[in-house]
Design a protein around this ligand. Structure first.
Ligand SMILES: [Zn+2]
Ligand SMILES: [Zn+2]
Length: 383
């Protein structure tokens, strides 16, 4: 909802004196005061509106700003309300700086220096590069002075003439409702003069686009989302302003073996059911090559082994992470008939044992699962 005009809210003329403002405000405040209008949100809203309008218009400086720039002159908060950005707030200062900066800018220089834009470069690297660090060369767009016109933007042999749109002042007045607002001249961008005959190579810009190669050093331990700043490597500034910065945004590509969780590395490791049952030594991959890992007998799927310090040394310092190896017992496939027989014989050997309950003895998970199922049905019957 658009903010109402402060004068309209206070029901006074734009020329109202301080006394008239005060009187009118007092009258409205009495009428809409929450104590007199309990549980009336509309009245409360009007009360607040009048209070805000009065606070601005009662202050000569704020009133002047409001008269010239409207709500934008006194309130930085988008959409207003809340009263957050009042008076000496940023919005006020900014508006003044911007507009008066244009008009009264130092030493008759109508031009303004603009800092160039920051650029972001999306860089994909492998997990190994992220962990160990690397240097990559990237091509980034940049501009350089046009050789044809030596950066002036004017066709060689021609010059500049006074801007016809702003008559050389660099600003123009724009009517917006009741307000007349000063803006940087769109034709000459505040310079006050325009190029008579633009250079054909750069179309008057004075600069041409080119590419430059930058060597980017990636420190060890970076992760996806990290940004590396190269100050001054962003877009060039205008009118002598400083260049922006270049941010290199890191994205680590997925790795076929390892997943990363901060400083830790995770990997899934299939193991044979015989190794799982009897225990033994398996080889696991690390970023520095293979290492031997002892697994105990009766290892179950999902068991996680922690190899301390085999993770990532974080870029911001701290101790290196661990490698977490999660083992998965693999069911053997493509068995020969002889192997089939051996497994059947194995199963028979289990059921031939004294004491009956195979699950209780040899299959701890199945046993506890069956137990839970039994308790579940017992509970149902109990109700
Ligand atoms: Zn102009
Ligand atoms: Zn040129």
């Amino acid at each position: 909802m658009a903010k109402r005009c402060y004068y309209e809210i206070l029901e006074v003329e734009r020329t109202a004196s301080a006394d008239e403002l005060k009187k009118s405000y007092r009258r409205l405040a009495m009428r809409f005061h929450p104590d007199r209008n309990p549980d009336d949100p509309a009245a409360e809203e009007q009360f607040k509106e009048a209070k805000e309008a009065f606070e601005v218009l009662a202050d000569a400086q704020k009133r002047a700003a409001y008269d010239q720039f409207g709500h934008a002159g006194v309130n930085s908060g988008a959409g207003g309300g809340g009263g957050a950005g009042f008076g000496g707030g940023a919005g006020f200062a900014d508006i003044f700086g911007e507009v008066f900066g244009d008009i009264f800018g130092g030493g008759g220089g109508r031009s303004r220096a603009y800092r160039g834009a920051d650029l972001q470069y999306h860089l994909k690297i492998t997990l190994e590069e992220a962990v160990r660090g690397t240097t990559v060369e990237i091509q980034i767009p940049t501009s350089k002075a046009c050789e044809t016109c030596s950066g002036t933007g004017a066709k060689p042999g021609t010059g500049r003439k006074t801007c016809g749109t702003c008559q050389g002042v660099g600003v123009v007045r724009v009517q917006q409702g009741f307000f007349s607002i000063q803006q940087t001249c769109p034709a000459c961008h505040g310079l006050g003069e325009i190029i008579e005959d633009p250079c054909g190579t750069c179309r008057g810009a004075g600069q041409v686009e080119t590419q430059k190669t930058l060597s980017i050093k990636i420190p060890p331990g970076v992760d996806s989302g990290d940004r590396i700043r190269h100050s001054g490597e962003g877009a060039p500034g205008e009118q002598g302003g400083p260049a922006g910065d270049l941010y290199v945004l890191i994205e680590v590509k997925p790795h076929p073996i390892f997943k990363r969780n901060d400083a830790d590395l995770l990997c899934d490791m299939p193991i044979s059911f015989v190794a799982a049952a009897l225990g033994g030594e398996i080889e696991v991959p690390t970023l520095d090559g293979r290492v031997a890992l002892k697994i105990p007998a009766e290892t179950q799927t999902g068991k996680v082994f922690r190899l301390r310090g085999k993770g990532v040394q974080p870029v911001r310092g701290g101790s290196p992470g661990d490698l977490l190896v999660s083992v998965h017992v693999e069911t053997p496939v493509k068995l020969t008939s002889e192997q089939h027989e051996l497994l059947k014989a194995f199963e028979r050997s289990l059921s031939g044992e004294q004491g009956g309950d195979i699950a209780a003895r040899h299959r701890p998970r199945e046993h506890s699962w069956l137990d839970s199922v039994k308790r579940f049905f017992d509970d149902l019957r109990g109700d």
